[in-house]
Design a protein around this ligand. Structure first.
Ligand code: NAG
Ligand code: NAG
Ligand code: NAG
Ligand code: NAG
Length: 425
């Protein structure tokens, strides 16, 4: 018996509700190896103990996404949160000629499964997201990009879509053979130009391009903690290396207030009036700190399953010393750093105003001089509040608390302590 792709999509859509319960049990145990193809393993038909239908697909399609030689590839994950400098780190990988890079594919999972929330605080929602996210990531690392189609709206026809989130941020998706608009001489293609000039994305071609590259890198900002990835990290079919990017939560808060103007409106009111709105959603801050604390505590406790697979990077260290830090990252990955990465760093960390005006997501804007610029933007009481809420994680990551407005605004006094996080090898 065979499970057709269409049937799987139907099952996937029909069973989101069922996933709530299915994934609840699923997330507490590690993922299983790809089961032997058999009717029992076909999605929901397998009975009540069956895992999510998407998961079931692996058993139904003759291992479509593990036919490549997995031992050859490194599966790189940039684990970050919004406004922590993850676009910058993503670019450091994206610019490498041997790396196929995807910018936050989990965006599509979230908009499909929990459309109304930007930061889900609901534990059940989080679990649903996680179960689906791990399935998707596993497929994408195997270059099975068709898997993403069940989450893209409107659903791609003939494996073609113009709705892939931030397609333009991926070099491979903006260059030949996936897109014919630019030649090999167009070194750095602007994200907007890519979206404008390339035809709709042919997902078959994109998947081919992925298979052609030696390595796959994915940036995610929708996985709360490293512990949530354990099943992927331990999956023997994958060769995952996690680069966890952290940033001073005070800097993240400040940057989000500027960037997500609607979602963080009440924080802006606090900043403008000096009074904390009674209905302020404090979880917008606490979730960041809790997730960092959980993740970093796990990562730095060196559990056996993370051996050789985890590197903690502070955004501030990267901004201060981008080239050196990038070399460390490539060392950790065990890959040679290529010339185009170095050139991209040169071009994007000098704070050229012409460039920064063009980059909406400001990898330039966020470079060295700006790593602590939040200090001039947040009021002391907001900073004090953040420090109280995030005390543990600030300490753990080496970010100094300030005790007065004078200290906060005195920029000759850095709040970033020297601290070395040696990758666990
Ligand atoms: C996979 O690639 C490695 C290194 O290139 C090679 O030694 C190995 O034989 C390959 N395995 C298969 C199953 O092709
Ligand atoms: C998909 O391909 C088929 C066959 O080539 C064609 O008839 C159909 O119009 C295409 N659909 C879309 C939406 O392009
Ligand atoms: C996408 O690319 C594949 C491989 O080259 C090709 O066979 C297919 O016809 C293309 N799809 C569309 C809709 O152009
Ligand atoms: C800023 O900090 C430096 C270093 O601690 C100190 O020497 C200086 O007096 C401070 N400036 C002001 C205006 O407080």
């Amino acid at each position: 018996m065979q499970c057709s792709w269409k049937a799987v999509i139907l099952l996937a859509l029909a069973s989101i509700a069922i996933q709530y319960t299915a994934i609840r049990t699923l997330t507490s145990k590690p993922f299983q190896l790809c089961p032997v193809p058999s009717p029992q393993n076909c999605g929901l038909l397998g009975g009540p103990e069956t895992e999510s239908p998407i998961e079931g697909r692996a058993g139904c399609d003759d291992y479509p996404y593990f036919s490549f030689n997995a031992s050859r590839k490194t599966h790189i994950m940039v684990l970050a949160t919004t406004r922590s400098g993850s676009s910058f780190v993503g670019q450091l990988l994206n610019q490498h000629a041997d790396i196929f890079y995807l910018f936050e594919p989990l965006y599509h999972v979230q908009t499909t499964l929990i459309p109304r929330l930007s930061h889900s605080r609901n534990a059940a929602d989080r679990r649903v997201m996680l179960g689906a996210s791990r399935d998707l990531l596993r497929s994408l690392y195997g270059c099975d990009l068709y898997f993403l189609e069940s989450y893209i709206k409107p659903a791609p026809a003939n494996h073609t879509t113009d709705k892939l989130f931030r397609r333009g941020a991926s070099r491979a998706l903006c260059s030949q053979p996936v897109c014919d608009a630019f030649g090999p001489t167009d070194a750095i293609v602007e994200e907007g130009d890519c979206v404008k000039k390339c035809a709709a994305l042919n997902i078959t071609l994109a998947a081919d391009a992925c298979r052609e590259k030696r390595h796959v890198a994915i940036k995610v900002v929708r996985v709360p903690e490293i512990g949530d990835l354990r099943a992927l990290v331990e999956d023997p079919r994958l060769n995952i290396k996690v680069i966890q990017l952290v940033r001073d939560p005070r800097g993240i808060l400040s940057s989000r207030i500027e960037t997500f103007r609607d979602t963080y409106r009440l924080w802006r009111i606090w900043r403008a009036t000096g009074r904390r709105p009674y209905n302020l959603d404090l979880s917008q801050l606490t979730v960041v700190c809790e997730d960092f604390l959980g993740s970093v505590s796990t990562g730095l406790s060196h559990p056996h399953w993370l051996k050789g697979k985890y590197m903690l990077v502070r955004y501030e260290d990267l901004s201060r010393n981008p080239l050196l830090k990038t070399m460390e990252i490539y060392d950790f990955l065990g890959l040679p750093m290529d010339k185009s990465v170095e050139e991209w760093i040169q071009a994007n960390t000098r704070g050229s105003t012409e460039l920064s005006a063009k980059h909406k997501y400001g990898t330039v804007r966020d470079s060295a001089a700006n790593a602590e610029s939040w200090r001039l933007k947040l009021s002391y009481d907001m900073v004090e509040y953040t420090q109280a809420t995030c005390q543990k994680v600030l300490h753990q990551l080496g970010y100094k608390a300030v005790k007065s407005t004078e200290e906060l605004k005195n920029m000759s006094l850095s709040l970033v302590q020297d601290k070395t996080f040696v990758p666990f090898s």
